[in-house]
Write a protein that binds this ligand. Structure first.
Ligand code: NAD
Ligand code: GLY
Length: 361
């Protein structure tokens, strides 16, 4: 097992990464405050792993909240069902919430923990690759709004993150690829050697080679923990983690939450960002090709859907969280491993890049 630290002063916490960790109560007990534990999961993950976790935590009073499965349920309405569960179980301020699931369950449970009785403890047990390499670390929590993705939420750090790589065995191939989109992101924004490693090892990752997966998870979490430690609330460098996300969120919301997976939308969005970086003169054609080749090798889309028009893109992008003083800011690339946030780009080139990276009808 590997242990990483997210260094945030008094809000610091460990990330445990390894196989078969779900059965190890000693990794959870130090982060549970009182006797009451509420496990939040969904109707897909609960039948697979809830009993095992219950057995591990048999010395606690456990209640469960089982959400429906899907991005379309990442809403205030379903967040409320977590509060219903907490109040029905008469949970006090010393309750500990445990998120057992992918990024949807993790983001919702974290936001519930941030707001229930003005803040209670929570633990992340991410069960998708995407959640293991990204969403469970760093304390971004929240829900979607019909007018914008992740628009309602809070920065709220967990007490610990338990990454059991064994649970990836039940994840389907499409979801595995979606997680790889966020893995590629770290290579692109800050870790060129990792990008080169991914170029060499993509087939091992897709084949679920345990060593390769464990390495990619650890390196991704290291990169994320380092960025979050520098900029917890996204005043600066943390925004780089949104590479491809402004375009990606437009795809996710514009197509209807749940149709395109988050990682798929980020992959296509990253290709648009790469194309715009080339048109701005920041990177050459060969670099864009490397990004597209790696994205395709991960079985991820490199183009946005044809049915999402340019004007739809522009409308969704106008509510991006990086808009400042009415001006959109984007993450662009100056090379592999070198990203910048900038409002200084040509809108016409951006629109041309979106058009160039849309599937043809
Ligand atoms: P998800 O939570 O919808 O999970 C994907 C699917 O896999 C679901 O059907 C789920 O039930 C299933 N699943 C989960 N674990 C499984 C397992 N071990 N075996 C079989 N099936 C399993 O999606 P996701 O990709 O994990 O997360 C996407 C969400 O995360 C989006 O809402 C996105 O906005 C958010 N996100 C948040 C952050 C952050 O920093 N907070 C970062 C990236 C993404
Ligand atoms: N996933 C982007 C962030 O955590 O900042």
């Amino acid at each position: 097992m590997k242990t990483l630290d997210v260094a945030l002063g008094e809000r610091s916490y460990p990330i445990f990464i390894g196989g078969q960790l779900l059965g190890q109560s000693q990794l959870l007990a130090p982060y549970i405050r009182g006797r009451q534990v509420v496990i939040v999961s969904n109707e897909t993950v609960a039948p697979l792993y809830l009993e095992q976790l219950r057995t591990t935590l048999s010395e606690y009073d456990i209640a469960t909240v089982i959400l429906p499965d899907g991005e379309q349920y990442k809403t205030l309405e379903y967040l409320n069902s977590i509060f219903d569960g907490l109040l029905e179980a008469r949970c006090g301020r010393d309750v500990t919430l445990i998120a057992l699931g992918g990024g949807v369950v993790g983001d919702m449970t974290g936001f519930a923990a941030a707001s229930y009785q003005r803040g209670v403890n929570f633990i992340q047990i991410p069960t998708t690759l995407l959640a293991q390499v990204d969403s469970s670390v760093g304390g971004k929590t929240g829900v979607n709004h019909r007018l914008g993705k992740n628009m309602i939420g809070a920065f709220y750090q967990p007490q610990s993150v338990l990454i059991d790589t064994t649970v990836l065995a039940t994840l389907d191939d499409r979801q595995l690829s979606a997680g790889i989109a966020e893995v590629i992101k770290y290579g692109l924004i800050c870790d060129e050697p990792f990008f080169c490693w991914l170029e060499e090892n993509m087939s091992s990752l897709l084949a679920r080679d345990e060593t390769a997966l464990a390495y990619a998870i650890e390196r991704s979490c290291r990169n994320k923990a380092a960025i979050v430690a520098q900029d917890e609330k996204e005043g600066g460098v943390r925004a780089l983690l949104n590479l491809g996300h402004t375009f990606g969120h437009a795809i996710e919301a514009g197509m209807g939450y749940g149709k395109w997976l988050h990682g798929e939308a980020v992959a296509a969005g990253t290709c648009i960002a790469a194309e715009l970086s080339r048109r701005q003169g920041y990177i050459d054609e060969a670099t864009v090709t490397r990004i597209i080749v790696l994205t395709k090798a991960a079985h991820l889309p490199t183009q946005a859907p044809a049915e999402l028009s340019l004007s739809c893109f522009n409308e969704w992008m106008a509510v991006d969280k990086k808009v400042q003083a009415g001006k959109l800011r984007l993450i662009l690339l100056k090379g592999i491993g070198k990203a910048l946030i900038t409002a200084d780009f040509d809108i016409a080139l951006m629109n041309a890049s979106i058009e160039a990276c849309r599937e043809s009808h």
